[in-house]
Ligand binder design. Structure first.
Ligand SMILES: Cc1cc2nc3c(=O)[nH]c(=O)nc-3n(C[C@H](O)[C@H](O)[C@H](O)COP(=O)(O)OP(=O)(O)OC[C@H]3O[C@@H](n4cnc5c(N)ncnc54)[C@H](O)[C@@H]3O)c2cc1C
Length: 504
């Protein structure tokens, strides 16, 4: 088999699907190849902070400026993926107020709107905050659902003619003089290998960018920085809570639907895969975040997870937090004399659209065409559909059907409709497209109900015990680092259900 593509995009994270949509809306056909499901890299393993840019205002004004500009655009084009919570930067007695003054000036310079609140005003709005706080600065932060964002981009790209191949890996890039002729790819389900010929190639593989370029003998300097996060069993605050100090470990708490996410750490790694959250990181995150919300010390944690930040490194900077969170668009014609290859890496989920716009502009320039970008004004599919918890609750009480997931109020009909509409390749693909297994029980009680539905619809291929075990093994990796107290008791109950009732 051989596929011919005008543009080949490698990587189905936010950046890759963003480029695929951008090009499709400009009428340029592309083929996107992703080795896992959508968002299986950093796009599905991040903190979910819809940045105002405040975090970078003092240390990296360019990244802060990109964040606030995209913040305004994404509120218009993707409101269904964002919860407009606002955020507080709180000052604690340890830090004093010096940084707050620098922070306020820096925000003003890059155009981030701020409101200064007294201690009492802040506590009235967020009662769980440390009562010793000195003050809070309100900024337009929020929470973003990365899966909805990535899937929305992919859907629109496909509706406008883009082709997307999931569970397919690029295994080599074939050079021909001063061009990359195409790529050899492997279908990871069928095992089939084939060639994709392309006029232009975009490497949007995030933290894998250097590894991908090695396939063409062109390595670049990347710092791999692991960030770990913890999920609490309840939502602690309405707003995003940041600590008003230079960026450090454990200084952000992001609300996410029914839970809160505590993060993050920054640890240099050599490898882009096979990493885990360490006990030291769990202790550090609890210790630091509980300075902002003391109740965290006694709050039950339901999961730990980590992702790798793709930080581009042009020189050795020592501390990874000193490397810019801005993005890098690399034209390999200028850097290596390869005319049709471009790499886009670094940046934030927040800036995926801008990264896609700049990459597509460069491809258009190489093609000699001049079609302008329209992603800043065209809403994503579903943008007029409210998806917040309040809406879900309203629907749930008025239209109550059989429930699959009690934590996240997911009804059987909702999942049935998804399974009937989309051709999903594996069990994890279903979990990526719903909130199943994301709530307090982490799938302990809803996943076996999902298996019942899969059997009813005859959608299970292969040994279902093996698939269920695979899910439990994966779930265990995230639960093990936070297992003590009542969580341990619940886990014993879940273990006895799967071992006793299902004989696993
Ligand atoms: C711990 C952490 C916290 C973060 N928090 C935030 C936040 O709160 N807000 C925010 O805006 N940003 C945040 N970010 C940054 C953000 O997640 C990333 O910048 C963004 O998701 C990168 O998207 P991407 O598409 O460039 O890369 P990725 O999402 O990593 O996508 C790259 C894709 O390439 C695929 N791939 C790799 N090699 C191949 C191959 N050979 N063949 C086919 N496919 C391949 C991978 O499977 C992967 O899906 C955070 C990142 C981390 C790690």
């Amino acid at each position: 088999m051989k596929i011919k593509a005008e543009v080949l995009i490698i990587g189905g994270g936010a950046t890759g699907v963003g480029i695929s949509r951008d090009l499709a809306l400009r009428g340029i056909p592309s083929v996107l190849i992703e080795k896992g499901d959508f968002a299986s890299g950093a796009s599905g393993r991040n903190h979910g902070l819809f940045h105002s840019g405040g975090r970078y205002a003092v240390s990296d004004p360019e990244a802060a400026h990109e964040c606030i500009s995209e913040n305004k655009i994404l509120r218009r084009i993707a409101p269904h993926c964002i919860e407009e919570t606002d955020g507080f930067f709180i000052s604690l007695p340890e830090e004093g107020l010096d940084y707050r003054e620098r922070f306020l000036r820096a925000c003003e310079k890059v155009g981030i709107q701020t409101t200064l609140l007294s201690r009492d005003e802040a506590l009235e709005q967020e009662p769980e905050l440390n009562p010793n706080l000195l003050s809070a600065v309100r900024v337009p932060d929020g929470a973003i659902d990365p899966f909805a964002l990535v899937l929305g981009n992919a859907k629109d790209a496909e509706e406008h003619g883009a082709k997307i191949l999931l569970h397919t890996e690029i295994i080599s890039l074939i050079l021909n003089g001063d061009k990359v002729k195409g790529a050899k790819v492997k279908d990871l389900y069928q095992g089939e290998e084939y060639f994709v010929e392309a006029s232009y190639i975009i490497n949007a593989t995030g933290a894998w960018a250097s590894q991908t370029l090695k396939l063409a003998g062109l390595p670049i300097g990347m710092a791999l920085s692991k960030g770990s996060m913890l999920i609490t069993n309840r939502r602690l605050t309405h707003r995003v809570i940041n600590r008003c100090r230079p960026p450090f470990d454990g200084d952000i708490i992001v609300p996410n639907h029914t839970v809160s996410i505590l993060g993050t750490t920054s640890i240099r790694l050599e490898e882009v895969e096979n990493f885990e959250v360490t006990p030291h990181e769990v202790s550090l995150l609890i210790q630091e975040t509980s300075k902002m919300i003391p109740a965290i010390q006694g709050t039950r944690l339901i999961r730990a997870y980590a992702g790798i930040r793709p930080l581009f490194q042009s020189e050795e900077k020592g501390d990874d937090r000193a490397i810019s969170r801005g993005f890098v668009l690399m034209d390999h014609e200028k850097r290596d004399g390869i005319k049709n290859l471009v790499t886009i890496t670094g940046g934030k989920l927040m800036t995926y659209r801008l990264m896609a716009e700049k990459t597509s502009d460069l491809i258009c320039k190489k093609m000699g065409t001049n079609v302008p970008c329209s992603t800043h004004s065209k809403p994503l599919p579903g943008a007029n559909r409210p998806t917040g918890l309040t809406e879900r609750l309203k629907q749930f009480t008025t239209d109550r059907g059989e429930v699959l997931c009690d934590c996240e109020l997911i009804q059987k009909e909702e999942v049935k409709a998804l399974l009937e509409k989309e051709k999903l390749k594996n069990f994890q693909d279903i979990l990526h497209r719903t909130r199943l297994a994301k709530g307090t029980c982490q799938g302990g009680f809803c996943v076996y109900r999902l298996f019942g539905l899969l059997h009813e619809l005859r959608k299970i291929e292969g040994d279902s015990n093996k698939i269920l075990k695979g899910f439990l093994e994966e779930r265990w990796k995230g639960i093990r680092p936070v297992l003590w107290g009542t969580a341990l008791k619940e886990e014993e109950l879940i273990e006895s259900i799967y071992k006793g009732i299902f004989n696993l």
